[in-house]
Design a protein around this ligand. Structure first.
Ligand SMILES: [Zn+2]
Length: 424
């Protein structure tokens, strides 16, 4: 099976077979080689990376760190999670102007290019270019074109069957609109990838785990029923961009195909996973996507300086493992994440999960290289966080309310039955 395969389980099973007296050593060696080659053939995970991303920087006072992709690459390489026979690194192809225009207005793309040259007329400012959240910086047009090219490269590798997992840590610019920059995002690589996949006749699930509402992607597909957008985010009542209410569910043919799960301040792992299992998973099963785009902003982690949720990276693992059970190709992207070390660790962890590695054994291959921080002694996983009972009650009540709204408004459109509270 291409997904969810636990290589360590395989090794455990193999060692059990080795101890059996019913097989000769020669037969076992043959079995080993046969199974291993099959797994290697099935698993085609691609990590998209360009060294050019390390050369570009947002202005110093902007919290968005373009170096996170390179740091993630260094981490997974040092842990033996890249460059083996079961996964590989591919340098992306930069998106062309014609490709960018499949979503973005030509005048807006011109305005980004001109802003780099120092031209920032009022019209550009009105598009969001040159604002504190979307500052102008050297190399920005090519940076975003390459980030978009990476998501498109991943989508094409999936369409051609060359990959069943592709991870673009420099992608996930989910706030950008056709003619507007917003929230550090200028060119919406995830929309472009979804357009590419849906144009090939694929039913696309866009699952957004970034802490901010995926407003740009939702809006792009708000009236369509071949792209299901599900965004789990801190409520717009307390966080940018202020949208993504549970009552917003799509319109026209897309009614019921935009799903929002706004979360209260302090949301913790178990509550987050419960919201996903009850509010999103039944809809995902019914929708039965051909391809999944997974935005993995790590700004929902506890301690992120821009948000107020209380997750550990174990929550991301829980959800990704559910997604892997669908056995569908996955294009994963980065996104936000403003505690750089926690973000890099989270992306390294999710890459290990997407590659079918057993994350519990991550400490084995580390060689002590990353053990200087007490936050992740023993591997990539965060420590379990204890949540105060009072906060748990408040969070649980709000999430229950949100789930019931989704069950009332969206589930009937898909013929889904609510999951009984307490059963998950
Ligand atoms: Zn974010």
């Amino acid at each position: 099976m291409p997904f969810g395969f636990c290589y360590n389980s395989f090794l455990e099973a193999l060692s059990a077979v080795y101890t059996s007296k019913d097989f000769t050593l020669a037969a076992l060696q043959f079995f080993c080689l046969l199974e291993l080659s099959k797994i290697m053939k099935d698993l085609k995970a691609v990590f998209l990376y360009s060294p050019e991303w390390d050369e570009v920087k947002y202005p110093q006072d902007c919290p968005f760190d373009t170096g996170r992709a390179g740091k993630t690459r260094n981490t997974i390489r040092s842990m033996g999670l890249l460059g083996g026979s079961r996964n590989k690194e591919i340098e992306p192809v930069i998106a062309t102007r014609a490709e960018l225009e499949k979503f973005h207005d030509p005048a807006y793309l011109d305005a980004i290019k001109n802003a780099e040259k120092g031209e920032l007329p009022p019209e550009a400012f009105a598009m969001g270019i040159g604002t504190p959240d979307c500052p102008v910086f050297r190399g920005m047009y090519d940076y975003f074109s390459l980030a978009s090219g990476a998501s498109l490269t991943g989508a094409r590798l999936i369409l051609s069957g060359e990959a069943n997992v592709a991870f673009n840590p420099a992608g996930g610019f989910h706030h950008a609109g056709p003619g507007s920059a917003s929230g550090f995002c200028f060119i919406n690589d995830v929309v472009l990838a979804a357009v590419e996949l849906s144009a090939a006749g694929k039913r696309v699930l866009f699952l957004d785990l970034d802490v901010h509402h995926g407003d740009g992607v939702e809006k792009a597909f708000y009236e369509r029923n071949d792209v299901l957008t599900i965004s789990m985010h801190e409520s717009g009542k307390t966080l940018f961009p202020g949208t993504g209410a549970e009552a917003d569910t799509g319109s026209g043919a897309g009614k019921g195909y935009a799903v929002n799960i706004p979360l209260p301040v302090g949301t913790y792992d178990a509550a987050y996973e419960r919201a996903f299992r009850r509010g999103a998973l039944p809809l995902i099963f019914k929708f039965n996507p051909d391809v999944i785009i997974l935005e993995l902003g790590m700004d929902a982690l506890s301690g992120d300086p821009l948000a107020h949720l209380n997750l550990t990276n174990n929550a991301y693992v829980g959800i990704i493992k559910e997604i892997l059970k669908l056995e569908k190709p996955i294009l994963a992207t980065g996104g936000g994440g403003y505690n750089v070390e926690a973000t890099v660790r989270g992306w390294a962890l999710v890459w290990s999960i997407l590659c079918g590695e057993d994350d519990h054994d991550m400490g084995i291959g580390m060689g002590g290289v990353f053990l200087e921080t007490s936050e992740w002694l023993g591997g990539l996983r965060d420590r379990v966080l204890i949540t105060d009972a009072g906060i748990r009650d408040t969070v649980d009540a709000e999430i229950e309310r949100v789930i019931r709204v989704i069950e009332d408004n969206v589930f009937p459109i898909h013929g889904c039955s609510p999951t009984r509270a307490g059963s998950l």
